[in-house]
Design a binder for this molecule. Structure first.
Ligand SMILES: Cc1cc2nc3c(=O)[nH]c(=O)nc-3n(C[C@H](O)[C@H](O)[C@H](O)COP(=O)(O)OP(=O)(O)OC[C@H]3O[C@@H](n4cnc5c(N)ncnc54)[C@H](O)[C@@H]3O)c2cc1C
Length: 381
């Protein structure tokens, strides 16, 4: 094992919180080597993925080059993934065979798709980092099809709604019949009644068939099967269903919640191992919140500060997640819906606002030299 003073800070996962940690800790000397580990060099910003699908954005518009960001911020980037943690020995094992010691470890690896058990086929939106490749297969399928394809998006949360509009836009109503399918009795059930009514109206206007209360338990040979026995014939499925925890965390000895996510205290510190932090989807907060990028983004500054404080022997500060947060739902037709505090509005100005908000976030990490004095997190949603 390395001497305690030689041990680096390990940041596992290039998620929305860690890009801000890299940017902030890279600004000033922390007295430790910092290493970011993430399998893909380019990290996507999920809020702009539907815009990529609809054709509004190119790949570079919504990806952060982690290698370049790290190089500018004096952080070492390793393009591999972590597969094991021994928190008692303070070691992380990597897919490339390396075992790294750490003085502090932070984990921001997102969540994994959770599909019904009896599923053979379709494409999952998660992991988002590789969705652009899976989408290419769907492009080829639509291009080769002689007739119209019936394409279902399963999951009617904000991500599912945005994907249904975006895919309809990508392929055109003449090439595909879009369906939006979900278990709950309402679309975007977690948002305001007004926003739900707006989404229903937009779905009808776009000709997207909506099947709510359809709890999918299987997909095989072109048939979606619901728990109550109903079926839907579809040619392909895009899964935007709820998120699960990365399974390998189960073998780490870190305290996990019932869903397998890392239990942290208010300061984003593991409740079982105080030299381990977690943020984003993979963290289970004492006062839980839905798995949404807004929390990962807002945790970034607190996490960076707390890593610095821990090294200095100071108490970490709490992260206080907001109860209400803004949703900006892209309709892929130049308009978007904004929803917060039971108030909702839609229009082109909302789409312009969303574009400004999202692209500002990505630019902060694409060009950290030009904007190092900027502040991420506060302006996000
Ligand atoms: C289509 C879609 C649209 C969405 N839009 C919104 C939105 O508008 N607003 C919102 O708040 N939320 C949105 N979400 C939810 C949002 O995507 C997630 O909540 C957010 O990405 C979580 O961020 P994160 O930092 O936890 O992880 P991620 O952004 O998922 O990043 C995790 C990173 O860790 C890396 N990684 C994974 N495993 C390992 C490993 N073993 N070792 C090392 N690295 C690893 C991954 O490659 C990735 O770079 C959307 C989701 C989808 C699917």
């Amino acid at each position: 094992m390395a001497e305690a003073t030689d041990m680096p800070i390990l940041l596992v996962g290039g998620g929305h919180a860690h890009v801000e940690v890299v940017r902030r800790l890279g600004r000033g000397p922390v007295g430790r080597k910092i290493i970011l580990i993430s399998p893909a060099r380019h990290a996507p910003y999920s809020g702009m993925l539907p815009g990529y699908v609809s054709g509004r954005y190119g790949f570079a518009d919504f990806h952060i080059d982690l290698d370049a960001l790290c190089a500018r911020c004096n952080v070492t980037f390793l393009a591999t993934s972590a597969g094991g943690i021994d928190p008692d020995r303070r070691q992380v094992s990597l897919a490339d065979g390396q075992v790294l010691d750490y003085c502090l470890l932070s984990i921001d690896i997102g969540s994994t798709p959770q599909l019904p058990a009896d599923v053979s086929g379709g494409l999952s939106v998660k992991p988002i980092a590789s969705f652009t490749q899976r989408l290419a297969h769907l492009d080829a399928r639509v291009a080769q099809s002689t007739g119209r394809l019936r394409l279902a998006v399963v999951g009617q949360g904000v991500a599912g709604v945005e994907m249904a509009f975006a895919l309809q836009r990508r392929f055109g109503a003449g090439r595909v019949d879009m369906l939006l399918v979900g278990r709950a009795d309402a679309v975007i059930a977690e948002r305001s009644r007004l926003a739900r009514a707006m989404v229903r109206r937009e779905l009808a206007r776009a000709g997207i068939a909506h099947h709510q209360g359809f709890d999918v338990i299987g997909f095989d040979a072109g048939t979606l099967l619901a728990r109550d026995g109903r079926t839907l014939s579809v040619d392909d499925v895009v899964w935007t269903t709820s998120s699960g925890a990365p399974a390998w965390l189960g073998g780490t000895g870190l305290a996990l919640d019932a869903g397998g996510f890392i239990r942290v205290d208010q300061a984003l510190r593991s409740v079982s191992h105080p030299d381990v932090f977690a943020a984003g989807d993979v963290a289970s907060l004492p006062d839980p919140r839905p798995k949404a990028g807004v929390f990962a983004v807002r945790q970034g500054p607190v996490l960076a500060d707390n890593l610095r404080r821990c090294l200095a022997g100071e108490d970490p500060r709490p992260f206080r997640p907001q109860r209400q947060w803004l949703a900006l739902i892209a309709l892929a037709n130049g308009r978007a819906i904004a929803d917060k505090w039971c108030l909702a509005a839609s229009g082109r100005w909302v789409a312009r606002w969303k574009h400004w908000n999202d692209s500002r976030f990505v630019r902060l990490y694409q060009d950290p030299d030009g904007q190092l004095s900027g502040s991420a997190g506060n302006k996000q949603r």
